[in-house]
Write a protein that binds this ligand. Structure first.
Ligand SMILES: Nc1ncnc2c1ncn2[C@@H]1O[C@H](COP(=O)(O)OP(=O)(O)O)[C@@H](O)[C@H]1O
Ligand SMILES: [Mg+2]
Length: 253
């Protein structure tokens, strides 16, 4: 599977993957082009708490009052720089961008009740292609912008939109081995889920919390032109395992 003609992939790095070292080894060693989108949920949560802010989630999305937006952006941006340095040190030179750079993620407020939470309106892919052509791996922090300013876009939502716009497979790496029937039992993984099955699991509350935007983003990527989309646990061997169909959960149209 993995050879000199290795498939380009859009990989979303979950913010829940706090121990990123092994995952960075895996990504650095991938033989094909990568475009990376990263989250930062737990670290954003830590910093908001430290600054005395309350955090609320709605269907897996962090409610973002305007006064929290600057801190959210600071944390995501710093995390991107750390990941870029980690990849670069491992021999894969990477640059950390955010969706505000070159107006890459043009967005709109998703729902006024959620504050500065964005949904992607348009992806400008030219800067990503330019970075790839320069021999660099782009990392994108999921910050979008509207005419008012920055918007906090769920990293899965951003990753799905970028994968769709580039027509690349969308790989969502997280802290669980895939979509599970019982979130506490890794052996209850669904190898494949159709759109209808995924929707039913959301309605039944089996797919909950942060898995909701992930599955929705995967389905969205497929609808917009991604050839395939999957959720899997970040770690050694995950990309080869996914390409061979042995690991994770594949979402199908
Ligand atoms: N059916 C499910 N299968 C697997 N994980 C689920 C499911 N329902 C909810 N989850 C939760 O979704 C989490 C992954 O989403 P999230 O915490 O947002 O991680 P990430 O940082 O990768 O986006 C899992 O750790 C798990 O707690
Ligand atoms: Mg998440």
């Amino acid at each position: 599977m993995m050879g000199s003609m290795a498939q380009a992939l859009l990989v979303k790095i979950g913010g829940s993957l706090r121990e990123a070292g092994e995952l960075l080894d895996e990504l650095a060693g991938y033989p094909g082009p990568l475009i990376l989108v990263h989250g930062g949920g737990p670290r954003i949560g830590d910093w908001l708490a430290r600054m005395g802010f309350e955090t609320r989630f709605h269907r897996g999305l962090r409610v973002t009052p305007p006064e929290q937006m600057e801190l959210v952006e600071m944390v995501l941006t710093t995390l991107g720089k750390e990941l870029a340095a980690g990849l670069s040190r491992r021999g894969r030179p990477a640059v950390a961008l955010s969706g505000r750079d070159a107006l890459m993620l043009q967005a709109r407020v998703m729902d006024k009740a959620l504050g500065r939470v964005g949904e992607v309106e348009r992806v400008n892919v030219a800067p990503l292609q330019g970075v790839l052509q320069a021999g660099l791996t782009p990392l994108v922090a999921p910050i979008g912008l509207d005419e008012v300013g920055p918007l906090n876009i769920n990293a899965d939502t951003a990753a799905g939109a970028v994968a769709g716009a580039l027509g690349l497979p969308a790989v969502f790496l997280t802290d669980v081995v895939g979509v599970l029937r019982d979130p506490k039992d890794p052996s209850s993984r669904f190898p494949v889920l159709s759109r209808g099955e995924a929707q039913a699991l959301i309605d039944q509350g089996i797919i909950a919390g942060g898995m909701i935007p992930k599955v929705e983003a995967a389905l969205n990527a497929l609808a917009q032109g991604a050839p395939w989309a999957a959720v899997a646990q970040g770690g050694p061997g995950v990309l080869e395992g996914l390409l061979g169909g042995a690991l994770g959960t594949r979402l199908v149209g």
